[in-house]
Design a protein. Structure first.
Length: 475
């Protein structure tokens, strides 16, 4: 059965896979097991002009679907119409033709929808907050959150400057089946939707946010212009959100952002260069007046940056993954020393590892999460033992510090569709009980301002309405 017109939608852990109704004919570049398919998607889709090209792409993709053993205990699912459960490069492929999930439109030209897994907390995405540390927040509860319209709503990132001032960003689908920016605000009592602009007349989405005060926030993502994704950056001045001009390098999108002041921000993502068929890391810098592209290194294969954390204008860390030829990804870490970016050696458990989010409490203490947890001790990155409850992985992390004590909270989800929260206490990571609203509950970002206040955002699938809706949890 052709994928065209029968592709089902499922979002796992914030990764949007085969979101045809967004106009995407492939996968999020940070989807962990699709190195081969990912490139096929872009090559076939960038040049797609008619149905025959799209059908050719679909046939080539279907040929990649074959039964095989699980290659990793960390596998997101996708849903295809076709009557089988298989794997693609280690991903489970589940037929959902009779699952009751809503069908989406036929494949259109490529438009990229990337997940924003960088976490904005306070001063920066994954940055520190100095305050008393007793134990990481452990009693989580669902907080009511609004949705825009009657179709899909998803939150991708969150930033807090206090327990009464948080901002969450994502996207919702409007009546024209287009994704539009979604921004919600917490005032200490309730969440409400804040008007946010969109660029052009096609799809827009926000993936990450950072706030340095109640009157300055920056959100990043992408929008569609013609047939290409372009960077989207919006700024909050305490009264309203507005679009700020941002540069592009080819087919570009931003996943995460960190700010240390209203005049110093760093955003990260990826650019696809069609002429050379390559994915390159993309880093942009805000100097208080304008955004500019900053030179960033690449492994020479395909590089993706998913999250960033900064503790000063002279120290930032960006994390993600890289693909090498037809092999699964490996972790990618880049560091900023105030003058230039460089690739820093980062370990892997084997093949197929990636990093989604990062938090730093100092230039000598950072924590990165994804399919594993890694820690920087000021000299080198190392893998940290962490619990694994079934097939699961982490999307975002927040750390707070006081004197010599450090506390971290990481969020994500299980392949079975349930939230996952892990907490670092006394240098040991533990799974913390977290509530679920229904099926397909996933957390994509987290922010903490103290040991007594953390907020996590994501989405869940509402079986009764057949759409994704916002999910916010607090501890």
């Amino acid at each position: 059965m052709s994928l065209t017109g029968k592709l089902k939608e499922r979002t796992m852990f914030g990764f949007d896979v085969c979101q045809t109704d967004f106009g995407q004919t492939g996968f999020s570049p940070v989807c962990p097991r699709l190195a081969v398919c990912q490139k096929t998607v872009l090559r076939a889709s960038v040049s797609a002009r008619d149905r025959s090209t799209e059908n050719s792409y679909c046939r080539s993709l279907e040929k990649r679907v074959s039964k095989g053993p699980e290659r990793s205990p960390l596998q997101p699912n996708w849903e295809l119409g076709g009557g089988r459960e298989d794997t693609i490069s280690g991903l489970n492929v589940l037929d959902a033709s009779a699952s009751g999930r809503k069908e989406v439109g036929e494949m259109r030209q490529l438009r990229l929808r990337a997940v924003g897994v960088a976490v904005g907390l306070g001063l920066s995405a994954g940055a520190l907050f100095f305050g008393p540390v007793e134990a990481a927040a452990s009693t989580w509860s669902i907080v009511p959150s609004p949705n825009s319209g009657t179709s899909d709503n998803q939150l991708k990132g969150v930033a807090c400057v206090s327990s009464s001032s948080c901002t969450a960003v994502g996207s919702y689908r409007n009546g024209s089946n287009l994704d539009q920016t979604l921004i919600e605000s917490w005032n200490g009592t309730s969440w409400s939707i804040v008007p946010s602009p969109n660029s052009g007349t096609s799809d827009n989405q926000l993936n990450g946010v950072a706030c340095v005060s109640a009157s300055f926030c920056t959100a990043v993502g992408s929008y569609i212009s013609g047939e290409a994704a372009q960077t989207l950056i919006e700024s909050w001045n305490g009264t309203s959100w507005s679009i700020v001009p941002s540069p592009n390098s080819g087919f570009s999108f931003l996943n995460g952002v960190a700010c240390v002041s209203s005049s110093s921000c760093t955003a990260v993502g990826t650019s696809y260069i069609n002429t050379s068929d390559t994915f390159l890391s993309l880093i942009e810098s805000w100097d208080g007046t304008s955004w500019s592209i900053v030179a960033s290194p690449n492994t020479g294969t395909s590089d993706f940056l998913n999250g960033v954390a900064c503790v000063s204008s002279g120290f930032c860390t960006a994390v993600g993954n890289y693909f090498s030829s037809d092999f699964p990804p490996g972790t990618l870490v880049e560091a900023w020393n105030g003058s230039n970016w460089s690739i820093v050696s980062s370990p892997n458990t084997g093949t197929g590892d990636f990093l989604s989010g990062v938090a730093c409490v100092s230039s000598e203490s950072c924590t990165a999460v994804g399919t594993l947890i890694e820690s920087l001790n000021g000299v080198r990155w190392s893998i940290v033992p962490s619990p694994n409850s079934g097939y699961s992985f982490l999307n975002g992390v927040a750390c707070i510090s006081f004197k010599s004590l450090k506390s971290c909270t990481a969020v994500g989800g299980h392949v079975g569709g349930q939230t996952l929260i892990e907490s670092k206490k006394a240098n040991k990571w533990l799974i913390v009980a977290s509530p679920n609203t229904g099926t397909d509950d996933f957390l994509t970002g987290v922010a903490c301002v103290s040991s007594g206040f953390c907020t996590a955002v994501g989405h869940y699938y509402n079986n009764s309405s057949g759409v994704y809706q916002t999910l916010i949890e607090s501890a």
